[in-house]
Design a protein around this ligand. Structure first.
Ligand SMILES: [Ca+2]
Ligand SMILES: [Ca+2]
Ligand SMILES: [Ca+2]
Length: 275
């Protein structure tokens, strides 16, 4: 406890803590109101808290009721350090590549722009139809179809290179295509061997009746699979109509072909494989 002597007559300006003000206000108002004082004794306890927030107190004890004016607390105990280093924003990097198209899972998506609208992947003026699709071991999709853009019906092939549908060898999807003959070439069936080699079988009437033809792409051109597999009697080689082949290649690379054949009056299913 400390005791301080202050010779004031009209007003006392003190810096006190809010706690001390409360302690002093009541006894001073009750004991000294209306009296002139030359001396005022004020007691308070020193504490760290009393210096933390110091209200300004003006009190008049000269002849009337004391008045009290208080200003908002001012924090004086600590100072806020000024930041020494203001971080400088780094240069914003502008993307240089166009974001890829957003893929929404659970929906059928185009395989390359326009693969399922407008000119599709055939992109020609002739009638295009009867597609057959297979996926290579590396994921590359191949499509074969029948097309009359070359004047008579031919077999065309394209594959998707990850960006667009391209020909597989020269003119595989223009002119005479991979059939390239004067007969009606129809109903292609496409499959991919385990080594990535595409094979296409189809029915063709270049021999005067429909036969089953087949070619494979050797990396340079579409070549026959065995002598005469895509000319004359083909692999069916009979006088009856042989049509709508179904091609599949075994895991060991052996191609199998089934087709319908009018060898009897009620038609039959034939199968061959190449070894
Ligand atoms: Ca077309
Ligand atoms: Ca043809
Ligand atoms: Ca035939």
């Amino acid at each position: 406890m400390n005791i301080h002597l202050f010779p004031y007559k009209l007003a006392i300006v003190m810096v006190l803590s809010l706690a001390m003000l409360e302690r002093l206000a009541l006894p001073m108002q009750g004991g000294f109101a209306g009296r002139e004082l030359n001396t005022l004794f004020i007691d308070w306890e020193e504490s760290e808290q009393s210096h933390a927030f110091l209200p300004l107190v003006v009190r008049d004890f000269g002849g009337g009721q004391p008045t009290v004016t208080e200003t908002p607390p001012v924090e004086t105990a600590t100072s806020t350090p000024e930041p020494t280093n203001t971080p400088t924003p780094t240069q914003t990097q502008t993307p240089t590549t166009t974001p890829s198209k957003t893929i929404v899972p659970g929906r059928w998506q185009e395989v390359g722009a326009g693969s399922a609208k407008g000119g599709g992947i055939s992109q020609n003026d002739g009638s295009s139809g009867l597609p057959s699709l297979a996926i290579a071991p590396d994921g590359t999709p191949y499509v074969a179809w029948r097309d009359i853009s070359g004047g008579d019906s031919e077999i065309y092939v394209r594959k998707f290179d990850g960006n667009m549908w391209v020909e597989v060898g020269e003119d595989s999807a223009s002119g005479g295509g991979i059939s390239n003959n004067g007969g009606a070439s129809w109903y292609p069936s496409l499959d991919i061997a385990p080594d990535g080699t595409p094979y296409v079988a189809w029915q063709d009437d270049s021999n005067g009746n429909y036969e089953i033809y087949i070619r494979r792409f050797d990396g340079q051109a579409w070549v026959e699979v065995g002598t005469g597999s895509a000319s004359d009697g083909g692999i069916s080689n009979n006088g009856s109509a042989s049509y709508v082949p179904s091609l599949a290649i075994a895991p060991n690379g052996v191609p199998y072909i089934a087709w319908g054949d009018d060898s009897t009056s009620d038609a039959e299913i034939f199968v061959l494989r190449y070894e």
